[in-house]
Design a protein around this ligand. Structure first.
Ligand code: PSU
Ligand code: MN
Length: 307
């Protein structure tokens, strides 16, 4: 059921760096054709850093690691018409032989199956605002609690409840690490003001903690949160207003469940006249570069005996 592209398989077999990339961001996170262009740029950024990109999705029911350009185009053009696949959805899309755009959770699962330990994306899912009533908590958080993949992201978007997201990750035993920062980045802005658990300033520091965690059989992921590049960051007051508007619009439109995150992303892009999309693209590319450097360090550090 698993198809690993030859280039990706060869790199893994030789302990060369590979970076997994998700596909919900392609089909549900950005409009066409920016989604396809971004996916292509992100892959190029990974290559520029000397690592192999492995975009992950389900194509005709096959778990696909290392999507080709045709696959990326198909998921990008298909947009929201492509199934958004989290953990619960994988067996059904496979059984039906369908296509699926994988979330952070599903991408982690498939990356781990293929032996990939580093994954780059924009933002992870989290505890939604009002979750104390709706119980809307992304399956990404439980996946981070169980699957051995480091997720390099730009922190957590403030469409979510950041404080509760951190509490939930703590409960699940997931370290939240700041990349050259002491606070959790808030996706469009460089800081939420909330402290992270640990700070790393080099790829090797991140890689050493990953090795220690998994050598100790402490299963589960690590969140490595990278602030959006300075020149792409949005003004906090502007973006907060757009986010508040989007969150407030949800109940009237009856948006719940898996539709919530795509709805909020689209609404915010409309509200900010596309500036949120530009920031999103810049931060994903940046995260891919950081992830590639961490993947390099992880491979280099993996020479000690497994005792
Ligand atoms: N956050 C973003 N952009 C995204 C997503 C989250 O800033 O594209 C996507 C990711 O694929 C993430 C998913 O895994 O949304 C979370 O969806 P949910 O909240 O339904 O679990
Ligand atoms: Mn949800």
């Amino acid at each position: 059921m698993l198809d690993v592209a030859p280039e990706v398989a060869a790199a893994l077999a030789a302990n060369r760096p590979v970076v997994a990339l998700e596909s919900t961001i392609i089909s549900h996170g950005m409009p066409y054709p920016q989604n396809v262009r971004t996916a292509t740029r992100v892959e190029a950024a990974v290559r520029e850093e000397g690592a192999v990109p492995a975009t992950i999705a389900i194509i005709d029911g096959r778990l696909t690691v290392g999507l080709d350009a045709t696959g990326v185009e198909r998921l990008g053009r298909g947009g929201p018409g492509v199934a958004k696949v989290s953990r619960r959805d994988i067996p059904f899309i496979v059984a039906r032989g369908g296509d699926g755009a994988t979330t952070v959770a599903a991408t982690m699962i498939i990356a781990a199956m293929a032996g990939i330990r580093v994954f780059a994306t924009g933002g992870i899912g989290g505890v939604h605002r009002g979750a104390e009533v709706s119980m809307d908590i992304s399956a990404d958080l439980d996946e981070l609690g169980r699957t051995d993949v480091a997720v390099v992201c730009a922190g957590v978007k403030s469409v979510l409840d950041l404080g509760r997201t951190l509490e939930y990750l703590e409960t699940r035993g997931v370290p939240v690490v700041g990349w050259k920062t002491d606070t959790l980045p808030a996706f469009y802005t460089r800081s939420s003001g909330l402290p992270v658990d640990y700070r790393v300033d080099t790829p090797l520091e991140a890689a050493a903690a990953m090795h220690a965690k998994w050598r100790l059989r402490l299963s589960g992921g690590i969140v490595i949160a990278v602030p959006v590049p300075e020149d792409a960051a949005l003004d906090p007051a502007d973006i907060d207003a757009a986010i508040d508007e989007a969150v407030a619009a949800m109940p009237a439109q009856g948006v719940v469940g898996k539709a919530a995150t795509p709805f909020l992303l689209q609404r915010i892009a409309d509200q900010t006249g596309g500036r949120s999309l530009a920031a999103n693209i810049a931060l994903v590319v940046n995260n891919a570069r950081v992830a590639a450097r961490i993947a390099h360090a992880y491979c280099r550090a993996d020479t000690r005996s497994d005792d």
